[in-house]
Design a protein around this ligand. Structure first.
Ligand code: GH3
Ligand code: MG
Ligand code: MG
Length: 304
């Protein structure tokens, strides 16, 4: 597991250095900042898991800092305060803090609180991952596809970079299931998920779109570069041998529809076009790739 990083924010030098020593002694990586402003600079440059911040500081105080951090970063914040009673637990939690400790801080207590916050963070991340993952193939699920594709479309429009979409559907899969059973079919789905992922770049993403349908989203990729990727997937699937009954080698094929995003369209028509391309691939005999380019709107491109 990666080393946990903790950022200590306190305008009191003595406390800051003492906390730093303690955090490093228990094996965490420590960063220090003497003000809220400095803390934001540290966060810009470094990956931090937990921020431990004093509340009373000149300039940006600990609560304001917590609010700012939680708006931008996926970081836990524990706020530290004196017994003066100026700030309540509710104030801190309202800003997004995960916990609240009183000064002078007892290190044993602080360590327990850090550990609990880290555990909750880990669990939350696991849950977030589960919510967007398809259990069988371990690819992203369709819900995540809709979320990611809207984001990619926004990015694509903003930077005027190409974006391509592959829709893949296993050929005659019903008959495979009928012949070898649903469990054998599940093994194929999971293996094909793995093959698709292995044919993609890091910046691409793969999804199980439906029962035996998959999608790959290829940012920064025009149709000319998307087609070879589709070809690689189609060939890799075709060459993969399955042994649903041990002695018999069976091969599966996949049909793929490919398209590129047209700058002015909506997600729905982008998907529809790749679906149409897939339909043509099926019609033309399966185990093939078909692509349909978006229509270019001459009037609108002229006006640009
Ligand atoms: P085509 O080449 O036209 O795509 O034919 P097909 O048989 O693949 O298409 P059809 O849509 O008729 O059948 C899809 C099959 O996919 C039906 C279903 O048994 C199977 N399927 C869908 N989801 C799962 C799943 O989670 N596990 C298994 N084992 N099979 C599934
Ligand atoms: Mg299908
Ligand atoms: Mg099918």
């Amino acid at each position: 597991m990666d080393t946990v990083s903790i950022l200590i924010v306190d305008d009191d030098d003595a406390i800051r250095f003492l906390m730093n020593e303690f955090v490093e002694m228990v094996g965490y990586k420590a960063f220090m900042a003497s003000s809220g402003e400095e803390a934001l600079e540290v966060l810009k440059e470094n990956v931090v898991d937990v921020v431990l911040t004093d509340i009373m500081m000149p300039g940006i105080d600990g609560l304001e800092l917590t609010g700012k951090i939680k708006k931008i970063y996926d970081v836990e914040v524990i706020v530290m305060t004196g017994y003066s009673g100026d700030y309540s637990y509710e104030n801190a939690v309202d800003k997004g803090a995960s916990d609240f400790v009183f000064k002078p801080v007892r290190f044993e207590e602080l360590l327990l609180r850090i550990k609990r916050v880290l555990k909750e963070r880990r669990l939350r991340k696991e849950l977030q991952k589960l919510a967007i993952t398809d259990g069988l193939t371990k690819l992203y699920n369709s819900r995540h596809f809709y979320h990611q594709s809207e984001m990619e479309i926004e990015r694509c429009k903003r930077h005027k970079h190409p974006l391509s979409l592959l829709i893949m559907d296993i050929d005659f899969f019903k008959s495979y299931n009928d012949t070898y059973g649903h469990l054998a079919g599940d093994k194929v789905l999971s293996r094909i998920g793995w093959i698709i992922r292995s044919c993609l770049r890091k910046s691409d993403s793969a999804y199980r779109y439906g029962g035996e349908e998959f999608i790959a989203l290829l940012p920064e990729t025009g149709i000319d570069d998307a087609i070879p990727v589709a070809r690689r997937i189609r060939e890799a699937v075709e060459h993969e041998a399955f042994y649903p009954e041990h002695d018999e080698e069976v091969h599966i094929t996949i049909s793929i529809g490919v398209t590129e995003f047209g700058m002015r369209e909506k997600l729905k028509s982008f998907i529809k076009r790749s679906d149409d391309a897939l339909f043509c691939a099926k019609q033309n005999g399966r185990n093939r790739i078909n692509c349909i380019m978006p229509q270019i709107d001459i009037d609108q491109s002229d006006s640009e």
